[in-house]
Design a protein around this ligand. Structure first.
Ligand code: AMP
Length: 437
């Protein structure tokens, strides 16, 4: 399938061609026609599936056909949970809309509000916003939603995780009843479905990644290691494999800072990115990482959510997340858009329970590999794969719950057993350059 069959206008097809995309991703192939038809959409899609273009392209198409926004008006609102994601969506709007004459703005907290108010004064066709700052601006009459045509909720599950539900409800009250609604979420839990009922009507439902499965193009394994040896092992891995760009996850902000300092002392350029850092420091660290100035970006889960760094080959979990679902989000940072990646977790004995939670969630025993010189004194217990925990009545293990999920990890000593089955997906990116966006 090619982009030209989807019904998008020439200026959009040209912008897509400039990006070097040869074919629409599965979510794009399904979402674009539905959005162009004016339908509401509810899509289960993780970052890395091409979901942003999946809603941005038809949105731009529709808006470019109507009346431009007048003073203070907003015609389309994209809500995102984090500033980073907001900035990335805004960048996509610019990229795909570069041959159109639409105005867009992005607003989030942590930076001055006045320039944002000024920008909104003239009216914008597309506003990308995090919920808190949007409400601040709305309360100060910075914009009017009377002419709002489309609402998009991106990463709705994360918005609920981050406690934005009340903000979202307040925002919904300010919007006109008649509008098109698009909702994107990595998972569709009961909470999300409840929220969806209040937003979308008769939606086209799209699912491109099985619930709770990890991306098929990501090769995953763990290195059992003692806690106090983790950062030394990380340095060893970086040097030994000559990794040029690695995203490291730390459970805590303090741990992220300490690791970045430690790496710098070992002559490995690194920076930490987390909620206590100013917006300026976070943006700087991200752009230095993208430009190759930094080899290592150490991030906490919330800060890393939605980071769009193309073809990131390595993700390392310095420690496992408390919430198993975050493991899936973390490793979604690699192997994106058809590229393959490696997700490596350094796991100490005290994390056995967290590991078990993750393995149950993804229904995969992660292969283990000991690194010479770093064999742990505190052994990581062998774990068995059981179905995801249910409160009562344990049931028989199910072999493979999700089509396409990576379930082949049980032959731990065989390196090839780490290789997940190839998806056979015809969506392959054609870009030869490694442009980081
Ligand atoms: P997203 O899931 O929206 O975060 O997109 C992930 C990455 O895929 C982004 O870096 C996009 O530039 C890239 N991408 C989006 N659509 C396509 C496509 N049709 N072909 C190749 N790459 C794409």
């Amino acid at each position: 399938m090619s982009f030209s069959t989807l019904g998008l206008s020439e200026p959009l097809l040209k912008a897509v061609a400039d990006e070097g995309y040869s074919a629409p991703s599965p979510i794009q192939a399904q979402a674009i026609p539905a959005v162009l038809e004016g339908r509401d959409v509810m899509a289960a899609a993780q970052t890395g599936t091409g979901k942003t273009a999946g809603f941005t392209l038809p949105l731009l198409h529709g808006l470019s056909r109507g009346q431009p926004a007048k003073a203070n008006q907003v015609r389309a609102l994209v809500l995102t949970p984090t500033r980073e994601l907001a900035a990335q969506v805004a960048e996509s709007v610019e990229t795909y809309g570069k041959y159109l004459n639409l105005r867009s703005a992005v607003v989030f907290g942590g930076v001055k509000i006045n320039p944002q108010m000024m920008r909104l004064r003239k009216g914008v066709d597309i506003l990308i916003a995090t919920p808190g700052r949007l409400l601040d601006l709305y309360q100060q009459n910075a914009m009017s939603f009377q002419k709002l045509e489309v609402l998009i909720l991106d990463e709705a599950d994360r918005m609920l995780d981050m406690g934005f539900i009340h903000d979202i409800k307040r925002i919904l009250k300010a919007l006109p009843q008649k509008r098109q609604n698009l909702m994107f979420s990595a998972t569709f839990s009961e909470d999300i479905r409840d929220l969806a009922k209040t937003i979308v009507s008769n939606p086209v439902e799209i699912s491109v990644t099985p619930r709770n499965s990890t991306a098929v193009s990501v090769t995953q394994w763990i290195h059992p290691v003692d806690k106090n040896q983790k950062r030394h092992l990380l340095v060893e891995l970086i040097n030994q494999h000559k990794w040029e760009q690695v995203l490291v996850f730390s459970r805590t902000k303090r741990g992220a800072n300490r690791l970045a300092e430690f790496l710098e002392k070992k002559d490995i350029q690194a920076a930490a990115i987390h909620g206590n850092k100013s917006q300026g420091a976070r943006t700087r660290a991200l752009s230095e990482f993208k430009s190759g100035k930094l080899r290592v970006l150490v991030a906490t889960d919330i800060a890393a959510r939605g980071l769009d760094i193309e073809q990131l080959p390595q993700v390392v979990n310095l420690d496992l997340p408390e919430v198993a679902q975050d493991y899936v989000h973390r490793i979604g940072r690699t192997g994106r858009a058809g590229a393959t990646g490696q997700a490596i977790s350094l796991v100490s004995a005290d994390e056995a329970q967290l590991l078990q939670d993750i393995e149950r969630l993804i229904q995969t025993l992660l292969p283990r590999e000991l690194v010479e010189g770093y064999e742990p004194e505190n052994k990581l217990p062998e774990l068995a794969l059981r179905p995801p925990a249910k409160p009562k009545k344990p049931k028989k293990p199910k072999a493979q719950r999700h089509a396409g999920s990576y379930v082949d990890g049980s032959k731990s000593s065989d390196k090839d057993s780490r290789r997940p089955p190839t998806s056979g997906d015809p969506w392959k990116r054609r870009r030869s350059h490694n442009k980081a966006r």
